[in-house]
Design a protein around this ligand. Sequence first.
Ligand code: UD1
Ligand code: CA
Length: 476
Amino acid sequence: MSAPLNTTAAIVLAAGQGTRMRSRLPKVLHPLAGRPLIHHVLDALRDAGIERQVVVVGHGADAVEAAIAGRAIAVLQEPQRGTADAVRVALPSVASAKTLVVTMGDVPLQTAELYAMLLREHTTGDAVLTLVSAQLADPTGYGRILRGDDRTVSAIVEERDTDTDTRDIGEVNAGIYAFNLAWLREAIDRITPSDLGELYLTDVVSLAVNDGHRVSVLEAEDPDDAMGINDRVALAAAEERMRRRIAEAHMRNGVTIVDPATTRIDAGVEIGQDARIEPWTILEGATAIASDAIIGPNTHVRDSRIGPRTRVWSSVVEESTVAEDVWIGPFAHLRPGADIGARCRIGNFAEVKRSRLGAGTQQHHFSYLGDAEIGESVNIGAGSVTANFDGAAKHRTEIGNGAKIGVDTMMVAPVTIGENAVTGAGAVVTRDVAPGKTVVGMPARPIELRRSKPPVDAGSPSASTAPVPSGADRNS
Ligand code: UD1
Ligand code: CA
């Protein structure tokens, strides 16, 4: 039986300066797989059912507190006098708990499963203190676990206190503990400062042993769980491990990831069954990819939803929604607020911003649609542009179902082009176009008016009365 979760609380230490990061950003706010380090820790605790979470903040307190707002309680440690001092400061906030989990905000690969095992070990071991250890090929920088002849733990030796005997010990302290809270309350005040004036939480181990209590150890199955981020080299290494875990989870769920080494998927991205992620693809933020979609190669999707069977190739998609059976790319850019209907085709060098495209609409070749409402089965000719900005404000363009926008049409917003209307090549549309009408020229006028107009100068070939070619259906 594990400790009942409603009597289990967690303290997360996140007040330290993180000097070795050499950063103005507090260490626990550095992103890993798209989320601050501290969020990974809080998520793992939550997924393990430990709802009461207290975060000790200090360095960059305001920023850290803002980042955890609504998820955990922040307690200020000022000044920061070491990990035991940090726990002491937070103890009044976990008053009702029986079992206390203490963990580090800079150990982001810890998992909910690890906590479940820790609590199980803690309860069955009947210890006042259970800690997580890991076997590392290179233990440098971590506290080393000292064990007696009978393998029981006697102490933790911090890196700077190691000697030739202890330096090579490969079993390290992960910084993740379960405590009998009543014992810890009493013991923590007995910790004495190190020669640098710091209070080490790790000293609780020898205190417990001297008290004649049992200290249990859970050895992490995956040593990555214990990885602490002290500098940016470790951050990059953790990123790589985290990415691999994320990719493996998707693959086990039925997603094909052709080349995990060149694919970056943020924590929290959802991907449906039989979707296929091609190499050199980045999926970020609150992104959801539906079943059977094919994303990549060379594609960057952020905070977007991509529908079933849709294909996005060598393109950038930000804060957009794409329905089913759409083709995007290569080299398209969906900017925030693009809403692309089913079966659309968005082609080479096409850009869409804050616009809805109805089902079956096609936008190929070098064009820009911004602040526009486009109907179904519309054809946007090559080089066509919504001139949505008049230097002061943005204006909207509306295009009705079935309209054909000829190549190189300028739509000077605000303007409405009716259903099944046609614009000629190079038309500059400054006034609304009635449904079914064809307009041509600059400024665009109904083609019959142009045709009936007498020649300006019959002798000049440049002022011909020949109809301007519509061009609308030359480009598909
Ligand atoms: C600590 C452990 C070490 C363990 C390692 C695991 C101690 C003394 N050492 O070392 O045994 O192997 O973690 O990663 O506990 N913090 C505060 N207030 C403070 C000092 C630190 O909140 O006054 C926070 C830091 O923000 C950080 C965490 O505690 O999130 C650990 O501090 P850090 O200085 O990184 O300790 P390590 O040297 O890594
Ligand atoms: Ca650390």
